[in-house]
Design a protein around this ligand. Structure first.
Ligand code: NAD
Length: 283
């Protein structure tokens, strides 16, 4: 099936990154957000990101103009009517997402695939908000979208093979690589990554080694590009804590208990880079 237009709902961090990579691959993009300001901020973020590529000599001014020109920003869900795939990348809140998905479902063709970029909500449950659960799938992009190669495709209970194949074709067309995971808390990547980071915090708490030594150990000994504690600071310690709480509650397994030190740092307002202090200090 020919795909020409991609809808993106949410013009924030992830939504504008997804819009950028789709437009750069030649797709027309319709990007929806709740206010004109949010839409404009999303398009401005794409423009800044493309300016960086121009400075590195990876893009010409004409190419940048063409990419931005392919993104139509709007506050109207009706503008999604021509989309072949719509990717929901709005705020991580189940009630909001259920409302948005119903709205998308009502405004697009019955053949359109609806995808969600959620990092923690059940794909099967979100699919049930639409009248097309077989044409529904998780497309979990990684941040920053233009730089990260992976898209984790997450099948809900009712996702069809045809939907998976169509979305795999799309992922290839935007120059990314897909892996396919089943619907389960954290999917595949965060299920492995977050407990690893949590264990690094336990190691620090137990005084096995300093934060610098733990991170250097994992970089030089395991070839990780960034140490787990520095990565936790980047992700945000509040986000890390809520992910571990979701795992702990859903699997009901003590191996997912959040490290007490993680909880205490969040209580103190040490959230990582965004608050200026986490396992490291940022000025
Ligand atoms: P964000 O807060 O930067 O952006 C969310 C956007 O959604 C905002 O612009 C907001 O105005 C918009 N929005 C809210 N309600 C809306 C509505 N009814 N209609 C249209 N737009 C609406 O959030 P983000 O970091 O871009 O995250 C988006 C999604 O991607 C979440 O589900 C998140 O879990 C997931 N995700 C985030 C990351 C990350 O590192 N930030 C990584 C992977 C997945």
């Amino acid at each position: 099936m020919n795909m020409e237009t991609i809808g993106v709902v949410g013009a924030g961090t992830m939504g504008n990154g997804i819009a950028q990579v789709c437009a750069a691959a030649g797709f027309g993009v319709v990007m929806v957000d709740i206010s004109t300001e949010a839409v404009q901020q999303g398009i401005a973020a794409v423009s800044i990101s493309l300016d960086r590529l121009m400075k590195k000599g990876k893009l010409t001014g004409n190419e940048k103009g063409a990419i931005v020109g392919r993104i139509k920003g709007t506050t109207s869900y009706a503008d999604l009517s021509s989309a072949d795939i719509v990717i929901e990348a709005a705020t991580e809140n189940e009630a909001i997402k259920l409302r948005i998905l119903k709205e998308i479902d009502a405004n697009v063709d019955p053949s359109t695939v609806i995808a969600t970029n959620t990092s923690s909500i059940s794909i099967t449950r979100l699919a049930a908000a639409t009248r097309r659960p077989e044409k529904f799938i998780g497309t979990h992009f990684f941040n920053p979208v233009p730089l990260m190669e992976l898209v984790e495709l997450v099948r809900g209970l009712q996702t069809s093979d045809e939907t998976q194949t169509r979305v795999e074709t799309f992922v290839k067309a935007i120059g990314k690589t897909a892996i396919v995971a089943r619907n389960s808390p954290g999917f595949a990547v965060n299920r492995i990554l977050c407990p690893m980071i949590n264990e690094a915090i336990f190691a620090l708490q137990e005084g096995l080694a300093s934060a610098e030594e733990i991170d250097t150990g994992m970089k030089l000994g395991c070839n990780q590009p960034i140490g787990p504690l520095a990565l936790a600071d980047l992700i945000g310690l509040d986000t890390m804590l809520s992910v571990m709480e979701v795992f702990y509650t859903n699997f009901n397994d003590s191996k997912y208990r959040p490290a007490p030190m993680l909880r205490e740092m969040v209580d103190a307002g040490y959230l990582g880079r965004k608050s200026g202090r986490g396992f490291y200090s940022y000025s």
